[in-house]
Design a protein around this ligand. Structure first.
Ligand code: MN
Length: 722
């Protein structure tokens, strides 16, 4: 086995210039320090860093990255110190090794507040030198390739990290082959059954498929030659995870997935791209609504291509992707293209733009302690399906599925979003939470009023992180005093509800400690962050209560039991799984639960939850084992529970002193969340108070209306708007 020789051969084959003596020195150093260490497979440890270096070579990374990759585990696992790496191989390499070591030590799959801190640190490392995360991605890729030697829990834990953190980052950075391989391996451990099913389905059709692609390719080539356009053509099959998403998560049948087969045509210029599109639409019948122009509207990860789905003579739909060579390089290598192609892609690899995405994310998340929020930001905007909508002037915007007029407005400009008072879709006024569809013309109605701004409720409606970030930024900047007041009030109410009673002095001391622990310079900043939604108090409340008990509570009486505010969960497949957001749900075949049945969820060894009838025999069997019982979770049919929704109520009453105070007292007594309150005296001589509240059920709404109706002087109470 000649590890070093093989690596050098690879490096030389790449056609790039590498500092071979330096790389050899790195190899001998690592080899020396890892001497005697073994991987789980029983092989010498050095195999791993060299394999990582090879993957990085395939991506075309530079000498320093290769050196750092070879040394990436020495500081973590051997006596060699970072100082020594620095003096031997220079500060750049040392910085990368340090960065990779730090990420390796992080717990990314924990659901603690710690996770937020760790993801943030990782992003910070990325913004310093993006090569750190590229090495880490390849490190994880090689570990996934050799995961079969690890125990089951490790496989699952690492695979979850891949799905949650690493694959989305690889996608964001546009490194397609690494992203797809990571996902396919992770899926294999998270849902072995689902993975195998798809693999088998692909296998059965392999011959037909190969034949199909060959026929199509030769047909296209013939026509392209007639048209005298120089081109390159290749056929590809979607990745297993890509198909899995469509089959299991979007519930499509295998035959409904149009882009299982894709043909890619690469040409020299953008002009030719559009030209070829026309030629293809002439050759095959295009499927309506499936044309996507990612050239004029690139994806957020800078992917560019024209996509269209057409139908072959045999009636089989397939996707055609058309792009230039430059776009192709970006599509395949993403950020790595900066190193692979000298001086980037004609100096336009947009490394800076990619880095600015990381920096922007850090900036916005600076005082958010909600890990799921950061992870959502990494992942959002990258959903595989997009909608294309138009401004009245015909400018196209590409938004993720489920996007609303709010997302559209902020995609145009912050100022448009901040001044929005309504929206028209195809000429008709539409609610702001309407989901947009491809082809719609959206007109945003704005006001010129100087101090108009977004509503806090929009944060729940907006789909893109861009819109949410801009809304938060507005509140952060424009409403500081209001945020501080709201944050303070929220804390005090939460304390009251949790039975935390403190003297003024104790309160000051206690709140200062909370602020310090959450990295705020002082309580005011903590209040402000809670106020604009950058910090969720509920996430740290258990710890606060613990602290309080330890420090101030003399007797052993427990704190009063408070009903936990239920997190709004999203329904997947018509079912809501308690505590799991957007999780994958499969209906079990053994008992075939139907809506209305009493159901229960079982966390499968795979990725997600299978839904059974409560009286299913398999569930009865599971109940008999301690270990299996722990995997049962509560699930509900989505239409049986209502997510919290907003309701606007108008209360009309006699103009009397204290009327407004009575109304707000009622609101606070009922412990409902007040989102907006407007009071004005109208010409009819009555006071009109409009409140918008967040409620959980129709019953609650009725109760609220009754309470208000019983107030003295009230003339009418009615629900308005939606
Ligand atoms: Mn490693």
């Amino acid at each position: 086995m000649n590890l070093l020789g093989d690596l050098i051969e690879e490096l030389e084959k790449s056609g790039k210039t590498y500092d071979i003596p330096q790389i050899e020195r790195a190899f001998h150093t690592a080899d020396h320090y890892h001497e005697g260490q073994k991987r789980k497979s029983g092989e010498p440890y050095i195999i791993h860093p060299v394999a990582v270096a090879k993957i990085l070579c395939e991506l075309g990374m530079d000498s320093d990255t290769i050196v750092a990759a070879i040394l990436h585990d020495v500081v973590e696992d051997t006596p060699m110190t970072l100082e020594e790496v620095k003096s031997e191989f220079g500060p750049d390499v040392a910085l990368m090794v340090d960065g990779v070591t730090k990420i390796t030590q992080m717990q990314l799959s924990t659901k603690e507040e710690q996770q937020a801190e760790n993801v943030r640190k990782m992003l910070f490392g990325m913004s310093q030198d993006i090569r750190v995360i590229i090495i880490k991605l390849c490190d994880r890729l090689h570990n996934m390739r050799t995961m079969q030697y690890q125990p089951g829990y490790k496989q699952r834990e690492k695979s979850l990290e891949v799905m949650e953190v690493f694959a989305p980052i690889a996608h964001r950075l546009g490194i397609r082959p690494v992203k797809e391989e990571l996902e396919d391996y992770a899926l294999q451990y998270l849902d072995p059954v689902g993975y195998e099913e798809i693999e088998k389905a692909l296998q059965i059709r392999k011959e037909q498929r190969d034949e199909f692609i060959t026929t199509i390719q030769s047909k296209i080539s013939e026509r392209m030659e007639e048209a005298k356009i120089p081109f390159h053509i290749e056929g590809r099959v979607k990745s297993i995870y890509g198909i899995y998403r469509k089959v299991y998560m979007q519930g499509k049948s295998f035959d409904e997935i149009y882009d299982v087969y894709a043909v890619r045509i690469i040409v020299d210029s953008i002009f030719e791209c559009y030209n070829v599109m026309g030629v293809m639409h002439d050759l095959f019948t295009p499927l309506p609504g499936r044309f996507k122009d990612y050239i004029s509207t690139p994806k957020p990860n800078m992917y560019q291509s024209l996509h269209t789905t057409v139908i072959s003579k045999e009636g089989i739909p397939f996707e055609i992707q058309i792009r230039t060579w430059e776009m192709h390089r970006t599509a395949e290598y993403g950020v790595a293209a900066h190193w692979k192609y000298k001086a980037g892609i004609q100096g336009r690899d947009r490394l800076e733009e990619r880095l600015s995405w990381v920096r922007q994310l850090l900036e916005v998340q600076k005082d958010s302690n909600d890990a799921s929020d950061i992870l959502r930001s990494i992942k959002s905007d990258l959903t595989p399906d997009d909608v294309f909508v138009y401004t009245p002037k015909g400018d196209m915007k590409c938004l993720p599925t489920g996007a609303t007029p709010i997302d559209f407005a902020y995609a145009i400009h912050s100022a448009v979003g901040n001044r929005m008072i309504g929206a028209k879709i195809d000429g008709k006024i539409a609610p702001l939470d309407t989901h947009l569809h491809t082809g719609e013309i959206v007109e945003i109605l704005t006001t010129k009023a100087q101090n108009h701004g977004p509503s806090r409720g929009w944060l729940q409606i907006a789909k893109t992180s861009e819109a949410r970030n801009k809304i938060r930024a507005w509140f952060k900047k424009e409403r500081r005093e209001e945020n501080i007041a709201q944050g303070k009030e929220e804390i005090e109410q939460e304390f009251k509800r949790s039975g935390i009673v403190l003297t003024g002095e104790q309160y000051q001391e206690f709140i200062q400690d909370i602020a310090t622990r959450q990295h705020f310079p002082n309580p005011t900043e903590l209040y402000a962050a809670i106020g604009y939604g950058g910090f969720q108090l509920s996430r740290v409340l258990p710890r606060i209560k613990d602290d309080y008990l330890k420090r101030y509570r003399k007797n052993d009486a427990p704190l009063p039991e408070v009903p936990v505010k239920k997190k709004t969960t999203h329904a997947s497949g018509g079912v809501v799984v308690e505590g799991l957001d957007n999780c994958l749900v499969k209906f079990s075949r053994c008992c075939n639960p139907l809506p209305g049945d009493d159901i229960i969820g079982f966390i499968t060894r795979g990725y997600g939850v299978s839904i059974h009838k409560q009286d299913c025999l398999n569930i009865a069997a599971a109940m008999s084992s301690e270990e299996q019982r722990a995997r049962l979770v509560q699930v509900y049919w989505a239409n049986e529970i209502r997510d919290a929704f907003k309701s606007t109520i108008e209360i009309v009453g006699e103009d009397r002193k204290g009327f407004l105070a009575d109304v707000s007292l009622q609101i606070s007594n009922m412990q409902i969340q007040l989102d907006e309150l407007n009071a004005r005296k109208l010409k009819d001589g009555y006071d009109h108070i409009t409140i918008t509240v967040t409620i959980n059920s129709l019953e609650q709404l009725k109760m609220i209306i009754t309470r208000f109706s019983n107030l003295s002087g009230v003339i009418s109470v009615r629900r308005t708007g939606k």
